[in-house]
Unconditional design. Structure first.
Length: 323
């Protein structure tokens, strides 16, 4: 299971989320990204006004057609772009604990550091580590109230799909396949111990997969790494593996970027892994010189048609790129 904080733009939306025990994400690629990132059985809290609000278990996920007509959130039009967004991607939640806690608490150090490095929210969601989840599971009080039920029966749902064929894009049901969708698929692929073990074996990392957790984007002083693999219960040192992901071919710049991240983390970094579709001979030699491991991904699906996120994560293949 994973734990996420979902950022909200205004108090009205927060109140509606709490009132209905439901989270909604916009008809945009960022909204779809958040929707595929969070699974049934995960935990979430709401993030607003530099405070974490409540703890919820995700019971169900649904994408609704014609969501511009669905309560409880009204469509939002942004003045700068003139675009109107609504909320087709929904999480149905079970309230677990009630609290409203500031992020300055030491228990939120992982998330607070991520926000500080980013210079603010500027993101729909943030994944926290297991230590944070353990802490919030003891905050506040057990939920002992009531919430309003959203009746989804009259509304039709759809299966979210992705494509590389621009002519097939039909927001919000079919969206363009982008790098952070691949990142999410790889993270979920690696949540299976056998897949994680295969990835780490060439690194000679002597850590059992069950002792590790895979976290989404982690901010650093020079940018952010796409995936962070770390010990879920560190003792003394917090051993970490940094993973950078590219949808196409890799470049020397990608190796340099990951090497900077590895150097920044320092002695606690057990290695850096660059994942891409393919690598030239020169890049393989350059990565070896810089002690960066290369892994090629393959997804045997036809992206000129429609593919679901489940198909992407299930068919995904990772293999070391041999020099």
């Amino acid at each position: 299971m994973a734990y996420f904080l979902i950022s909200l733009a205004n108090r009205e939306n927060l109140d509606l989320c709490i009132d209905f025990a439901m989270a909604g994400f916009t008809n945009s690629i960022n909204g779809a990204w958040t929707f595929v990132e969070i699974n049934e059985g995960d935990y979430i809290s709401f993030l607003y006004g530099a405070k974490a609000h409540n703890l919820y278990l995700v019971e169900k996920k649904t994408a609704f057609k014609n969501a511009n007509e669905l309560p409880p959130w009204p469509p939002v039009t942004f003045q700068t772009s003139g675009r109107t967004y609504y909320f087709p991607f929904r999480l149905f939640l079970k309230p677990v604990r009630e609290f409203k806690e500031p992020l300055i608490r030491t228990e939120f150090a992982y998330i607070a550091n991520n926000l500080l490095q980013r210079g603010g929210y500027r993101k729909t969601h943030f994944q926290a580590d297991q230590t944070t989840l353990q802490s919030v599971s003891q905050m506040g009080t057990l939920f002992d109230g009531a919430y309003r039920t959203f009746d989804s029966a009259p509304y039709e749902s759809f299966n979210l799909s992705f494509t590389k064929n621009k002519t097939l894009v039909r927001n919000p049901e079919v969206l363009k396949f982008q790098e952070f969708i691949l990142q999410s698929a790889i993270r979920q692929h690696l949540n299976k111990s056998e897949n994680l073990q295969r990835l780490l074996s060439p690194l000679n990392v002597k850590l059992p997969p069950e002792s590790l957790e895979i976290l989404g984007e982690k901010a650093l002083s020079e940018g952010h790494v796409d995936l962070l693999i770390k010990e879920s219960v560190p003792l003394g040192k917090s051993k970490q593996i940094l993973v950078e992901i590219k949808t196409g071919s890799s470049s020397k710049k990608d190796v340099d970027q990951l090497k900077e991240y590895v150097d920044e983390v320092g002695d606690e970094c057990a290695g850096g892994i660059l994942i891409a579709s393919k690598f030239s001979k020169k890049i393989k030699e350059y990565a070896q010189e810089n002690r960066i491991s290369l892994v090629a991904y393959n997804i045997p699906l036809d992206f000129d048609t429609l593919v679901t996120f489940e198909q992407i994560s299930e068919r995904l293949q990772l293999a070391p790129a041999i020099t």
